[in-house]
Design a protein around this ligand. Structure first.
Ligand SMILES: Nc1nc2c(ncn2[C@@H]2O[C@H](COP(=O)(O)OP(=O)(O)OP(=O)(O)O)[C@@H](O)[C@H]2O)c(=O)[nH]1
Ligand SMILES: [Mg+2]
Length: 415
């Protein structure tokens, strides 16, 4: 069930005094298909029953009536009872930030995996909200509400949701196995993986396209990419890498979503290098966006992977702005993914970062079992090789990941 239908009139309740946060919320609502017609701001501590204080609540009620608003969106998380009370009092649909983001994800999911991941997040969000739904849902019809709030019905619904959760989890497991096989193949190829990560709408898919000539979906929408693509490509030296696109992050990303998309986000943890793509045109928001990216990377266990920062969309900046930016982020690479500016510098930096990770290793391998080493021959630089009738001693340079692959074989070496 969609929370916002096309062109529905939406009133917003902002809970922070931050122009950028308002802009982002408006963007989220538009991405979901709604139209923001007016807003109120409420930054005081939330009332347990209605979130809003009495005065603001009455004002909002009048606005709902005046505009005939179809949806009220709160830019925060509401408790199930606050949401229920608000819907009853305002006599219109009330949704919070989490539901809005889930709604966008649901609209953008195209692959089986993404659809299952979103459904799981939605079901988990719905479950605690099921108990004693107010009159509004029964009146609006559709979905759970049509059955009315009778206790036994609720119990039936609860069981139905739990059953569906179990089923979705089972189906996701199957899909995940497929992903694991692909990942294993990628890792075994020894080719370094470079993940493009960043805030939603930063230009990750556009960058993937220009780096690899891939056909990817690019849109001025939040969360355009839910089923990330990966593509092989060559660095300036001719060395191969795999670039992977990722799901965009957002401030206060619903935890249920991070959980559901874990298998997709997990891909990032297998990379040799992370390129953080950041919308440099987002000026005032940039630092916050970078902070969110950092937090998500920590949460998924990718904090220790080396990073490069790419400041994207510099075509939208004037010379002064660019200069200030370069001073503040002196290690970053300014680029325009759309117009192909700064891409070769970025590739050089990627290559250097990958090489920096590499070290000299030494191995002694039995001659009758060189297969594994030979498979990785293209991913190492051999410094010296020595043979006798039984073994080969080899000194070479490669990345720690490639070495791990070869070293698994080392244990089989017998003196
Ligand atoms: N002006 C300008 N626009 C850009 C540039 N790179 C990307 N864009 C635009 O920014 C918007 C978002 O680009 P995407 O590549 O879809 O962004 P994304 O990071 O993949 O977004 P999600 O998948 O939603 O997380 C699109 O409208 C792009 O055309 C750039 O260098 N300059
Ligand atoms: Mg994308």
């Amino acid at each position: 069930m969609r929370k916002i239908e096309k062109a529905q009139r939406v009133l917003v309740v902002y809970t922070v005094n931050d122009r950028y946060a308002w802009e982002e919320m408006e963007n989220l609502i538009e991405t979901a298909g709604g139209e923001v017609i007016d807003y109120i701001v409420y930054v005081r501590s939330p009332n347990p029953a209605y979130y809003l204080g009495k005065g603001k609540l009455e004002k909002l009620k009048k606005m709902v009536e005046y505009y005939e608003a179809e949806v009220v969106v709160f830019d925060t998380t509401l408790t199930p009872s606050q949401q229920r009370n608000l819907q009853d009092y305002l006599d219109t649909r009330v949704i919070d930030r989490v539901e809005l983001i889930l709604d966008i994800f649901a609209q953008h999911a195209t692959t089986r995996e993404a659809k299952l991941q979103v459904e799981l997040a939605q079901l988990q969000y719905e479950l605690p909200r099921l108990v004693g739904l107010g009159k509004i849902l029964s009146r609006l019809g559709g979905g759970i509400g049509t059955r009315g709030p009778g206790e036994t019905k609720l119990e039936i619904d609860r069981r139905r949701i739990l059953k569906r959760i179990a089923q979705v989890k089972r189906e996701l497991k199957e899909v995940t196995i497929e992903r694991k096989i692909q990942r294993k193949e990628r890792l075994e190829s020894g080719i370094p993986i470079v993940s493009l990560v960043g805030y939603t709408n930063a230009g990750k898919s556009t960058l993937l396209k220009i780096l690899t000539d891939a056909q990817v979906y690019i849109a001025d929408k939040l969360f355009a990419t839910l089923s990330p693509k990966s593509r092989r490509s060559k660095l300036p030296s001719g060395r191969e890498v795999i670039f992977i696109d990722t799901v965009g992050f957002v401030e206060r990303l619903p935890h249920a979503l991070v959980e559901s998309f874990k298998s997709t986000l997990e891909e990032i943890t297998y990379s040799s290098l992370i390129v953080i793509v950041c919308d440099a045109h987002a000026r005032g928001r940039m630092e916050k966006h970078l902070k969110v990216v950092d937090e998500v990377l920590q949460e998924i266990g990718a904090a220790s992977i080396p990073r490069i920062l790419a400041l994207n969309k510099i075509d939208l900046l004037d010379a002064d702005e660019l200069q200030v930016l370069q001073k503040t982020y002196s290690d970053a690479v300014p680029i325009s993914a759309r117009y192909g500016i700064g891409i070769s510098r970025l590739l050089d930096k990627i290559e250097k970062a990958i090489n920096r990770e590499e070290q000299v290793y030494e191995l002694t391998l039995p001659l009758n079992n060189l297969e594994r080493f030979l498979r990785f021959r293209n991913h190492v630089t051999v410094i010296s090789e020595k043979y006798n009738e039984k073994v080969m001693s080899v000194k070479f340079i490669c990345s720690p990941e490639v070495y791990r692959r070869i070293a698994g074989y080392e244990t089989e070496v017998r003196p």
